[in-house]
Design a protein around this ligand. Sequence first.
Ligand code: ATP
Ligand code: MG
Length: 494
Amino acid sequence: MAMEAMMSGLNSGVVLSLIAVLWTVVWQNLQHLQLQQFFARQLSRRARRLAAMVDPYLSVTIAEYEGGRMKRSDAYEEVKAYLSDASAHGVRHLRAESAKDADKLVLSMSDGEEVEDDFEGARVWWWAYSKQPPRSDGAAAWWSGGGAAAQEERHFYRLFFLEHQRSLVLDTYLPRVRQLGRAVMVKNRQRKLFTNISTHQWSDGGFMRSAWTHVVFEHPKTFATLAMDPAEKKRVMDDLDMFKGGRDYYARVGKAWKRGYLLYGPPGTGKSAMIAAMANYLDYDIYDIELTSVHSNTDLRKLFIETTSKSIIVIEDIDCSLDLTGAREKKKAAEEDGDKDKKDGGGPSKPGEKKDTSSKVTLSGLLNFIDGLWSACGGERIIVFTTNHVKKLDPALIRRGRMDKHIEMSYCGFEAFKFLAKTYLDVDSHPLFDAVGELLREVDMTPADVAENLTPKSLDDGPDSCLADLVKALEEAKKASGAGEDEEDQQYEP
Ligand SMILES: Nc1ncnc2c1ncn2[C@@H]1O[C@H](COP(=O)(O)OP(=O)(O)OP(=O)(O)O)[C@@H](O)[C@H]1O
Ligand SMILES: [Mg+2]
């Protein structure tokens, strides 16, 4: 027994020391290999820089922002996308962003990294680098809140190539890179929902961060789940199709490639849902402008310039965002308000109706933004306004050419109800349908309320209980509206 124990102890000892020896050998080789790669890389870099001094190399620099940082450069994005494929292999330090596929990452070179690329026998090098923006006083004041680390850098790619390859690189290679970059962008594209950051947070004048911040757009609403009159829905979808494929048409008739939609109707009738459905249908990004945090017409223009094509620019509740009812309407309204105030003794306006006085965006600024000279830059943009009170808006704002298509989103009719019943409960018919149809003719209920009643609240809920709930809710609404009418009748009885 003692002998056996000794032998097994000896065996495991031998195995352990063998593993240790093996590990040391492998580790040394690994280090050797890494060092070798490191030195090779450094050498090639130094050699090329040295050679560049006698000028056999030319370079092209592509900056992230062009036009005084007004607009993000398409070329930069395309090169970045192109290099994301190449750099995954040759580069040691990578930057990662989340990709369309939840498990994957989109990789790009970190600053200071270099990759080689071969094209038709020519070898070129891409170098990624960044610079700190110069500080202006205003910027310094702003940045002091976030500390120096928060200061955004300006990113660049620089391409090195031999002088005799000049025409090959400039005329053939670079256009090819942009083309392939665009293809990679389409492959990795995630739709985004942007919102503007307050203009207080932009640095003044000099270099500043983007006016937009974004999240991935993941709204599930599609036209297949949007309840509205089927003929109107088809008209909207056809209109969107015509717009999307209308590049040549717009060029031929000399119009900027953009289209305005005005969605109006009471709260809960699906205006925001319609915007999400449009974005999903067209595969466009959404830029949701919060007008109250835009402080001037110039800022509004900057915001617009930074939007990309294939996007929907949204201003929700346009009547509440700003005082945009126009001079003529305003004058009339002021007179009316004066009368009214005299009658009911004045008092504060409702919180929802409070106007933001800090914003200097004017009606004319907004009109120019939608249909002025600047509105044509970029192309393929849809502008959507939503409002609960269409009559409050200045006619100039919603004339055709600015808001080309007006879509009324209204209370739930029987057709919309049947659509919602199919979507929410998967039923085409039910004995309670007639009662619901009858009540919907008498009571105004929004699709949002109908949808809420049709949503099962527990595992035991099914079509019977949900439809019964809806009938009950409609009856209560009818009773309430009846009582309201009676009260009004009594109030106005002579
Ligand atoms: N026509 C509809 N079809 C399907 N769902 C709808 C419809 N209308 C509203 N809903 C649902 O009701 C909810 C509220 O709708 P939504 O936010 O689009 O209303 P809205 O018209 O934008 O209201 P508001 O004027 O208050 O902004 C959403 O969850 C939406 O899915
Ligand atoms: Mg809404």
